[in-house]
Each structure stands twice: as C-alpha cells, then as structure tokens.
Write a protein that binds this ligand. Structure first.
Ligand code: TMP
Ligand code: ASP
Length: 241
C-alpha cells in the first residue's frame, strides 16, 4: 500500500459507487469504493458487504497494469482497504464504451443476439446523465455541445482501443472474455488521463469456457451471488483478495 500518499480530507462528491475526498494536495484525490451496488441509473440498488474492498483491489491491479504499459492513468496507489489515491482530473461529461462481443444495450438496440462476436471492436460515446439514462451520442454531439475538443476525442478513442489491446489478452490469459467495458477520461496538466475505475461494476466479463457471467450483470439480472463472480475475476487475475 502506498502510505506516502496524502490522507483524505473533506468529502468533495458522493457518487453511486464511490465517494471522492480532497487531500492536502489539490492535485490528488482519494476515491473510496462503496459497498453499494446500483444499476439502471440508480433505480436498482443494494448493499453488498465487501464489494468496496474487492473492487479497490481489482481496480488497483488493472490500473497499475495499464500504467506500467504506458497508458496515462489517474491511479496513484491504494491508500486503504477500499480507498485509492488518484490524480485530480477535470472529467469529461462523455464516457467511452468498447465492445468486443454483442451484449446489453447493443443487443437490444440493434436486435442482435447476446454473445455474437464482433469482427472488430466497437467504440461508443455516452453522455453522462442519470436523468437522461446515459444516452448514446457521437463525436458531433460532443463537439457541438463543447463536451470535448476534437483532439481529445481522437485521444480518447486511441486510448480506449489501447486499453483493449492490453486488457483483452490479460483477461484471456485468466480464462475470461472481456465482452465490453466503460471508460471515463479527464484532463490533467494539459493531457487526457484514464479516470474513474476498472472493476466488474463497469465491465462485462464472461468465463470463456462456460460463458458464465461474472460481472455486474449478476446484479442487474439477479443471476446469483454477485460477489462470488467478482471474487472469481480477482482470483483469475491473480489479485490478492
Ligand atoms: P450497456 O450494454 O448497458 O451499454 O453497457 C456496456 C458496458 O459499459 C457494460 O459493461 C456496462 C458499462 N457501462 C457502465 O458501467 N456505465 C454506464 O453508464 C454505461 C452506459 C455503460
Ligand atoms: N448504466 C449502468 C448500469 O446499468 C450504470 C448505471 O446505471 O448507473 O449499470
């Protein structure tokens, strides 16, 4: 654990899955992963004891792995069982989804079978708004409404696919299929950084051999013990839980 990082100060913001605290350093924040599970823009909610600790450990593992491979990540290190220190990014109001296999809203929107492999990965943009249900948008919306600049959208796309190039084989080596995932980006000292989290709350991960869903779809669709799925993901990645 990175004990040299600053301790947390006042609560800056509380989201559905995390709390964000200031520190004495204005460029550093502390994220506290909550045990709360939410889906469908907050309409479904439960407390899952220990989820915060498990997600913090998985996020630390994945963010550090990406950082070591040259992806600019906000993550600095774990500072508590369910807490990590991060760079204080100016977040973009659009999030990126990368898909390798048809699932979820893509299956519904285009009438495709869940599980259909994609001949190449798909990049999508969503506008972050619980009230609107995170609507699908494109680069033209982002530019017209001033959500991101053209070079930022280009960089976001490039980084989103680079993350795929690193994480897809990492999960495959653990017998897991990275079906899709959501990324959030923000500005820090003039550069775009990967922010938010990389946990089973924001990815779809299927056991490759059986197709068993191990991610938050277990919660969304009441498929069984949610955290048993998350722990299985951690074990397969070699995360010390
Ligand atoms: P979707 O199929 O519901 O569009 O979601 C695609 C992936 O992105 C899935 O792994 C869940 C994740 N996601 C979030 O975690 N939060 C979001 O707000 C959105 C739109 C997607
Ligand atoms: N859209 C994502 C989900 O269905 C996240 C959210 O609803 O907050 O889980």
């Amino acid at each position: 654990m990175a004990n040299h990082l600053p301790p947390k100060g006042e609560l800056l913001y509380e989201g559905k899955g995390k709390q964000v605290f200031r520190t004495a350093d204005p460029e550093t924040l502390v994220l506290a992963f909550k045990d709360t599970a939410t889906a469908f823009d907050g309409r479904k909610r439960s407390e899952l004891a220990d989820k915060g600790r498990i997600n913090n450990a998985i996020n630390d593992h994945l963010m550090a792995y990406l950082g070591e491979r040259g992806i600019p990540v906000h993550h600095l290190g774990r500072v508590g069982v369910a807490e990590s220190a991060v760079r204080n990014l100016e977040m973009l109001p659009v999030e990126a989804v990368v898909r390798n296999v048809v699932a979820g809203s893509l299956a519904r929107r285009l009438g495709r079978a869940e599980g259909e492999p994609l001949s190449r990965p798909i990049f999508e943009l969503y506008y972050k708004s619980d009230e609107l249900g995170d609507p699908l948008v494109n680069e033209f919306h982002a530019l017209a409404f001033g959500w991101a600049a053209e070079d930022e959208l280009r960089r976001m796309t490039e980084l989103a696919f680079q993350v795929n190039d690193v994480l897809h084989p990492l999960f495959a080596a653990g017998g897991l299929t990275l079906v899709d995932y959501k990324l959030e980006f923000g500005r820090f000292r003039g550069e775009l950084y990967l922010g938010d989290e990389l946990t089973p709350d924001g990815c779809r991960l299927w056991e490759s051999a059986t197709g068993e869903k191990l991610d938050k779809d277990r919660f969304r669709r009441d498929l069984g013990d949610v955290l048993e799925g998350y722990r299985a993901i951690g074990r397969r990645l070699g995360v010390d839980l």
